[in-house]
Design a protein around this ligand. Structure first.
Ligand SMILES: [Zn+2]
Length: 194
């Protein structure tokens, strides 16, 4: 269940004790909260966190075509919900392993993206660069296919989510900056004297 489902169709029972949850005004809270009638605990509805990874090899980046809803058949990079007992980097590396069979190191950060509920799913997406990919590409059950794309061939009109688009643009920008930097330094006139 995504966070937006929680907004449109809030849970009715306390996950701790099974008591009934009702929306109440609570002291020190800035908005009404779901509170358990029995144990009085507040049930907070927060965004979920997705970790994603953009993997580059030989100047191309790896995208996969989703074999699951939502957005079946569209292109995205490996990404998925974080487990409670892992870091964002670990989650991103795990998704790479599960979805495309590659062992990668996650980092540095590409960006953090969010689209709040109720209009969007209420998900925070954290995207890393995938460094030093090892192994052959082997797709998991959530992909129809995976393909290495040159930056000019990114299928912009057929990407899975708006956040996919935002992250790829940031990844490209960071990549161009890195490439331009040494040239810029080389163009500087030599210093005279000392
Ligand atoms: Zn309770």
């Amino acid at each position: 269940m995504s966070s937006s489902d929680f907004v449109s169709n809030p849970p009715r029972f306390c996950p701790r004790c099974g008591g009934h949850l009702s929306e109440r005004t609570v002291e020190m809270e800035e908005r009404p909260r779901l509170v358990c009638d029995q144990c009085q605990r507040i049930f907070y509805i927060n965004p979920k966190v997705v970790a994603g990874i953009i993997i580059e090899r030989g100047g191309r980046l790896l995208l996969l075509r989703r074999s699951i809803e939502p957005r079946y058949g569209s292109w995205t990079f490996p990404a998925g919900f974080m487990e409670i007992d892992e870091t964002a980097e670990e989650a991103a590396a795990r998704e790479a392993e599960e979805e495309v069979g590659l062992t990668v190191k996650a980092g540095p950060l590409v960006g953090v993206y969010s689209r709040p509920a109720p209009e969007a799913p209420g998900i925070l997406t954290v995207v890393f660069q995938g460094q030093k990919p090892k192994g052959p590409v082997k797709i998991g059950h959530e992909a129809l296919e995976a393909r290495w794309f040159a930056p000019d061939d990114i299928p912009w009109d057929d990407l899975s989510f708006e956040t996919t688009q935002w992250a790829l643009r940031d990844w490209l920008r960071a990549r161009e900056d890195t490439r331009r930097r040494p040239q810029r330094a080389a163009r500087r006139p030599p210093r005279r004297g000392g």
